[in-house]
Design a binder for this molecule. Structure first.
Ligand code: SME
Length: 155
């Protein structure tokens, strides 16, 4: 059996289970938020080959582009705008199976087809969001939500 065939049989859950302790040990002794975001974005992209994975930090009334992996993206997103601004406003993870059906979706790339956005909490306050885009429809589900919420809680 070729290596790629073996890899393809590993479930999403198994990949997250393997990734979680790796991320934990990578950022364990680091206190710099940007460095931690950078390593998380890279680890997610490397593991799942996501089309785009990165953070937007809350700055005043906007989200500002922060460490990411993927194509160039919009620099700032307003409160309640797009999927990211909506996740910030609603203080919860948003899964978008088809970005064309999300009113107000901000298209940084027309190759992006589905998306998940997870708020990053510091206590009760949202300090950032993690945004992941896929170039396929329906890429994200409850497994992604559960593990990605755990991952952002580590930073
Ligand atoms: N699609 C996002 C914008 C950010 S990019 O996808 C990287 C949104 O609607 O908020």
């Amino acid at each position: 059996m070729s290596e790629s065939l073996i890899i393809s049989t590993v479930s999403k859950k198994e990949k997250y289970e393997e990734l979680l302790p790796q991320i934990e040990s990578l950022i364990d002794s680091e206190d710099d938020l940007i460095a931690k975001m950078a390593i998380v974005a890279a680890a997610l992209r490397q593991t799942f080959n996501f089309f785009w994975a990165g953070f937007y930090r809350v700055k005043g009334k906007e989200l500002v582009l922060s460490p990411f992996q993927g194509d160039i993206a919009c620099l700032r997103i307003g409160f309640a705008k797009g999927v990211c601004g909506t996740a910030w406003k609603e203080r919860k993870t948003i899964i978008v199976p088809n970005v064309d059906e999300f009113p107000g979706h901000i298209a940084c790339s027309n190759l992006s087809k589905s998306e998940i956005v997870i708020p990053v909490f510091c206590g009760d306050k949202i300090i950032a969001v993690l945004d992941i885009d896929s170039d396929s429809l329906n890429s994200f589900d409850e497994t992604d939500r559960r593990y990605l919420e755990k991952i952002v809680s580590l930073i």
